[in-house]
Design a protein around this ligand. Structure first.
Ligand SMILES: [Zn+2]
Ligand SMILES: [Zn+2]
Length: 368
């Protein structure tokens, strides 16, 4: 079959339909990356940008695309000063991953900043304890040691990914970067969209899945690989001879189940994936991001609406099924009683989903 761009012999096929030769395929990926940045008016040139690397295949391609972009001498040159960051995981520091990313950076002759996420969690704990308004509320984040294996794997995954994002923002601000690049692909974002809905983060889809997360007024987070799929990444690293870490360890949590479902879908029904992400573009919440942010995930805290919400219903059934429900509560403000029991700090310090996670910390490790 012939390459769809230049009519020479095709060497690979995308989505079982589109044939490319190697050169046209690479040009097409570079174009997608640049177009994603270029068409977005929220991105201004001459940024100092924090590029977040994890060593996996998408991070490897992001690094290559960024370096390719800034080394161009044409009008298409990517005008950013990149700073490269690697945040090591919540459970362990895997030296082989650190070494691989360091080697990758050496190859492009750039420096790498490496740090462990747990240092950040301790810092946040101190921050919360020092904040008197929060202290009065008895709101405290769990430390890293009492977090692991004590809450459900899905909540832990959700929590650690939110904290990782906070680390990105903290480092960006410390280093005076005004933007952050992360390497989520179309495939990853499709899975994240479905996970968001399952975890009760439907209202956060616009900022969590879209090209730009503009919740922070000083630092914008961009996802420039949003139009590239995992299938395309595999061809890209093969053609460019790039090496990456295989992170396909099987985890047992909701997010991994959804990710597996999405990767099966990508193999068997590839057109569906782009439809999922396009749907996300159409779901934009009415939030204006001007309210108080959640202390963990930065999402805008919803103010109380008069209608009975799904949160009210969940709170009520949790209290009733826990056996703590007393008839006397009927005479009190049922709403505030149920919320305090099962949704700690909801709408005051935490959003619905973070409050739900916090309830697990609270019951399992004795926080208040
Ligand atoms: Zn071609
Ligand atoms: Zn939150």
């Amino acid at each position: 079959m012939l390459c769809k761009k230049c009519n020479r012999e095709g060497t690979l096929v995308i989505r079982k339909v589109f044939f490319f030769c190697d050169a046209c395929f690479i040009a097409n990926i570079i174009h997608k990356f640049r177009a994603c940045i270029g068409k977005n008016t929220k991105f201004t040139n001459d940024n100092k940008s924090l590029i977040c690397l994890s060593g996996d295949i998408s991070s490897t391609v992001l690094l290559d695309l960024v370096m390719n972009g800034i080394n161009l001498n044409t009008h298409k040159k990517l005008r950013i000063s990149p700073v490269f960051l690697h945040v090591t995981g919540i459970l362990s520091t895997d030296d082989s991953v650190c070494n691989l990313i360091m080697d990758q950076c050496k190859k492009y002759n750039v420096d790498l900043i490496s740090m462990n996420i747990s240092s950040m969690i301790t810092e946040y704990k101190d921050y919360y304890e020092a904040d008197s308004s929060v202290k009065n509320n008895n709101f405290r984040l769990p430390t890293i040691n009492n977090l692991v294996n004590k809450i459900s794997p899905s909540a832990e995954k959700d929590f650690s990914s939110r904290i990782k994002q906070k680390v990105f923002y903290k480092v960006a601000k410390d280093l005076e970067c005004n933007s952050i690049f992360t390497s989520e692909t179309n495939t990853k974002l499709s899975a994240k969209l479905l996970s968001n809905i399952v975890m009760g983060r439907g209202s956060q889809i616009e900022n969590d899945i879209g090209f730009a997360d503009c919740r922070d007024k000083d630092v914008k987070l961009f996802r420039p690989m949003r139009d590239i799929t995992d299938e395309e990444l595999n061809h890209y690293v093969r053609i460019r001879h790039l090496s990456s870490v295989d992170k396909s360890v099987s985890e047992i949590n909701l997010q991994s189940l959804i990710a597996n479902f999405i990767s099966d879908l990508e193999i068997n029904s590839p057109a569906t994936i782009s439809t999922i992400c396009k749907t996300a573009d159409k779901i934009s919440s009415a939030d204006d991001n001007s309210g108080k942010p959640c202390q963990i995930c930065q999402n805008n805290l919803k103010t109380k609406v008069d209608k009975l919400t799904a949160t009210d219903a969940t709170a009520f059934s949790k209290v009733v099924s826990s056996g703590e429900y007393q008839a006397s509560l009927l005479t009190e403000d049922i709403e505030s009683v149920t919320k305090m029991e099962v949704f700690p700090h909801i709408f005051e310090e935490l959003c619905y989903s973070c409050s739900k996670n916090y309830y697990e910390f609270k019951t399992n490790i004795g926080l208040h």
